[in-house]
Design a protein around this ligand. Structure first.
Ligand code: CO
Ligand code: CO
Length: 326
C-alpha cells in the first residue's frame, strides 16, 4: 500500500480528543506524546520490519536503532522498550536468539531498559520495538513547527535503501554494504544530544518515506516551504552508481510519485531525485533551526563525531511545499 492510500485509511479513524495528547496522529509526526506534568511528557512509538541484512545480530541492532530513532526525533531520551517479534518455525531458534541479542545490546547502548515483549509465528522473521521515552514538554521537537528563516540540518547521509536492495542481489561492493550497515546501526542519540544544545524549531527522522517524503511532511505540517540544495545533501558512497544501475527498491518510486505533486524540482536528474526519495532504514535526523543556532549545532555535532550538513532552508509557504535546487 502506498503512502497516499495508507494515510487515507488512517484518516478514517477517530481523532483522539485529549488536551494531554501533545502530539497525536494528525501531523504525521514520529511518535505520540502525552504530557504527565509540567516537567514530563511520555513519548510512545513502535516500529518493526523484515530483515534488511543477512546477519541476525546486526539485523537486531539495526531494527532497535531504527525504532529508538523516533524517540530521538522528538528530542527525547529512551526509557523502556518491548520486543516485537515474528519468527518462522522452520528457522533455527539460535537465529532468533541472535536477533534479540542485537536488539538488547542496542537498547542498553541507548541507556534504556528492555522489559519484555511478544513473539508470534510468522512466515518470515520480523523484529522491532515498542519504545517509551521521556522529554520535557518545552524541549519537545515536533515536525510541524519549522519556521521561515530556519536552516535545515541532516545528520546522516542517504542511500541505505538502494544499497540494501543491491546487497540482496549480491550487486553491492562489500565496503559499500559495510558503510551502510555501520550507519543504520548507529543510534541518533549523539545527534539528538548535540541538537539539544541549540534551539531546534522542528525535527523528524528520515525513514521509510525518504528524505523528500519526510521533508514534505514537515513542510505541510508547518505551513512553510522547504528549499533543499541537492548538491549539499550527503549520499553514501556507491549509492548513486547502484541507483543508476536500477537497484532502487519499489518504495523509492512510490515515494517519488507521492512527493511529485508537492515538489518543484528543476535541473535535478531522475537518479538524484530517486536517491532523495530512497526509503531509509534508521536514517538521520532532519532538524530545522534558526541559522545562528544551526552553526552552534554543527559544532556540537562535530564534537560528538556526527557528520552533519546544512542541506537547505525554510521559506514562507510558496506554491510547492518542497523546492529542490541543484
Ligand atoms: Co520517524
Ligand atoms: Co517510525
Amino acid at each position: 500500500m502506498g503512502p497516499e492510500t495508507l494515510s487515507h485509511v488512517l484518516r478514517q479513524l477517530p481523532v483522539p480528543q485529549d488536551a494531554r495528547l501533545l502530539v497525536g496522529p494528525h501531523t504525521g509526526d514520529d511518535a505520540a506524546v502525552y504530557v504527565l506534568d509540567e516537567e514530563t511528557a511520555l513519548i510512545v512509538t513502535v516500529d518493526f520490519f523484515t530483515p534488511v541484512v543477512d546477519d541476525p545480530y546486526t539485523f537486531g541492532q539495526i531494527a532497535a536503532a531504527n525504532a529508538l530513532s523516533d524517540v530521538y526525533a522528538m528530542g527525547g531520551r529512551p526509557l523502556l522498550c518491548l520486543n516485537l517479534v515474528g519468527f518462522p518455525t522452520c528457522l533455527p531458534v539460535e537465529v532468533l536468539g541472535e536477533i534479540l541479542r542485537g536488539g538488547c545490546d542496542k537498547v542498553a547502548e541507548a541507556g534504556a531498559i528492555l522489559a519484555g515483549g511478544h513473539t508470534l509465528e510468522d512466515d518470515e522473521p520480523k523484529y522491532g520495538l515498542a519504545a517509551v521515552g521521556l522529554v520535557h514538554p518545552e524541549g519537545l521537537w515536533r515536525n510541524s513547527t519549522a519556521r521561515a528563516g530556519d536552516a535545515l540540518i541532516l545528520t546522516k547521509p542517504v542511500g541505505t535503501g538502494v544499497i540494501n536492495t543491491a546487497a540482496k542481489a549480491d550487486m553491492a561492493p562489500p565496503e559499500v554494504v559495510a558503510a551502510a550497515i555501520e550507519l543504520m546501526r548507529t543510534l541518533n542519540a549523539a545527534a539528538c544530544d548535540a541538537l539539544r544544545g541549540a534551539r531546534v524549531n522542528a525535527c523528524t527522522d528520515v525513514t521509510g518515506f525518504g528524505l523528500l517524503g519526510h521533508a514534505a511532511e514537515m513542510a505541510e505540517a508547518s505551513g512553510v516551504t522547504l528549499v533543499l540544495r541537492a548538491e549539499a545533501i550527503p549520499v553514501l558512497e556507491g549509492a548513486r552508481e547502484l541507483g543508476a544501475m536500477g537497484m532502487f527498491p519499489a518504495g523509492a518510486y512510490r515515494n517519488r510519485d507521492w512527493v511529485k505533486g508537492r515538489l518543484a524540482a528543476g535541473g535535478v536528474d531522475d537518479t538524484d531525485l530517486l536517491i532523495l526519495c530512497d526509503p531509509q532504514t534508521s536514517g538521520g535526523l532532519l532538524a530545522s533551526l534558526p541559522p545562528d543556532h544551526a552553526a552552534l549545532a554543527l559544532a556540537r555535532l562535530s564534537e560528538r563525531g556526527v557528520t552533519a550538513k546544512v542541506i537547505g532552508e525554510v521559506v514562507p509557504r510558496r506554491q510547492a511545499a518542497l523546492e529542490l535546487v541543484p
